[in-house]
Design a protein around this ligand. Structure first.
Ligand SMILES: O=C(O)CCC(=O)C(=O)O
Ligand SMILES: [Fe+2]
Length: 279
């Protein structure tokens, strides 16, 4: 039996003192000193009675991490054709910043970002951008790495099983949605796509997702909390933790030193604009 999580009732932060305590690195990238109220451990938090996040401990075993990490490193080292980096990787002064100008970068002089920052997408693209403009099919990495993809699927299924056992009602709503596009879902999970972010300090952003996302963090780093500015929380995930959170709420990554790889699985809204499957 899992120990009961600490239940938190969150409030939207209107506190000027808290806002003061976030030192903005630029228009959207905040600095947060972990230790000043950072959360860690077995926590379930709600806002107005709705689940905001749930940190579930002891989910990712050493064995699972050992198996998955090399695949995720490969995934994250792709040269993404379209990248969110210019929008959300931040600029200005950052602990790890060197004036990196990756080739995918449209305005090399306007932004500075981490030379080592990488991201790669696994699973399925919805309608619209991505997949070379075609959309509605597997991501390039998924198409080219069938074996590796098949090895990742049980991980997403494992996250989904943990999600189901801890949040059965929310899970079943999301599961119901996925039944409309089963061939665009990663295995028997409730997510259509995932991103591996390597050394990628995301600025404040929201993702165009439906329902709840799942996140794990690998690495050897100091800092790197997931910051939820709307509710004044910063969560530091341990290597064994699974985080279930609503990616449509604002979030971003605090600064960190060292190696950090995060994997976020989500259900993209645009898969529901793909043609209906017929059987
Ligand atoms: O790396 C993180 O902590 C956040 C990642 C994220 O928000 C995303 O990939 O959309
Ligand atoms: Fe995100």
């Amino acid at each position: 039996m899992q120990p009961k999580p600490l239940e938190l009732k969150l409030k939207v932060v209107n506190d000027p003192e808290y806002v003061e305590s976030l030192r903005w690195l630029n228009g959207s990238h905040f600095s947060y000193v972990v230790g000043e109220g950072g959360l860690c451990g077995n926590i379930r938090a709600t806002l107005h009675g709705q689940l905001y996040f749930h940190v579930i401990p002891d989910v990712i075993s050493v064995e699972r991490r050992r198996k998955t990490l090399p695949i995720l490193l490969d995934l994250a080292s792709q040269k993404a054709k379209s990248t969110r980096r210019p929008k959300v990787a931040g600029g200005g002064v950052h602990h790890l910043t060197k004036a990196g100008t990756p080739s995918v970068y449209p305005y090399p002089r306007r932004y500075k970002c981490l030379r080592s920052a990488r991201e790669g997408f696994v699973g399925y693209e919805g309608a619209g951008r991505g997949s070379g403009g075609k959309g509605c099919g597997p991501t390039a990495w998924t198409r080219d790495h069938t074996d590796e993809y098949q090895q990742l699927v049980p991980e997403f299924e494992h996250f989904a099983e943990v999600f189901r056992s801890h949040e059965p009602e929310i899970f079943s709503l999301q599961d119901g949605k996925t039944q409309q596009r089963p061939s665009m879902i990663m295995g028997k999970s409730v997510w259509s796509q995932a991103v591996a972010n390597l050394n990628f300090p995301m600025t404040r952003h929201t993702d165009g997702n439906i329902g709840y996302s799942a996140q794990i963090v690998f690495g050897d780093c100091e800092g790197g909390a997931l910051i939820l500015p709307e509710v004044g929380c910063a969560i530091t995930l341990r290597p064994t933790d699974l985080l279930i959170f609503d990616g449509s709420r604002p979030h971003g990554t605090g600064p960190f030193f060292g190696f950090r790889l995060s994997l976020v699985a989500y259900l993209k809204a645009n898969i529901f604009r793909c043609p209906q499957e017929t059987d």
